[in-house]
Design a protein. Structure first.
Length: 116
């Protein structure tokens, strides 16, 4: 079992930055990959980024590439999402998740709102 708690969301103007954090507990954090997804009102949840258990490999959705950076600190059991140059279309609830072969876990989500 893994418990995930996101934080760091909020309201920001277009062009601004936010850093999301996701604290994990339970299963040994350094043994599994992690990811971020988001869901905007009226839309399906979509992939944002993921990171391997070592932190050496990352993948991004085209829509955030060059603006968002995923990272992790295995000593703190935490994964981060640094979001720069935010756009109104980035407005969504952001969820962190484990990236396991099956039976993944999700956090409760944190709201990010970007005003124009």
């Amino acid at each position: 079992q893994v418990q995930l708690v996101e934080s760091g969301g909020g309201l920001v103007q277009a062009g601004g930055s936010l850093r999301l954090s996701c604290a994990a507990s339970g299963r040994t954090f350094s043994t599994y990959g992690m990811g971020w997804h988001r869901q905007a009102p009226g839309k399906e949840r979509e992939f944002v980024a993921n990171i391997s258990f070592t932190g050496l490999r990352t993948t991004y959705a085209d829509s955030v590439k060059g603006r968002f950076t995923i990272s992790r600190d295995n000593a703190k059991n935490t994964v981060y999402l640094q979001m720069n140059s935010l756009k109104p279309e980035d407005t969504a609830v952001y969820y962190c998740n484990t990236a396991l072969p099956r039976n993944n876990y999700w956090g409760q989500g944190t709201q990010v709102t970007v005003s124009s």
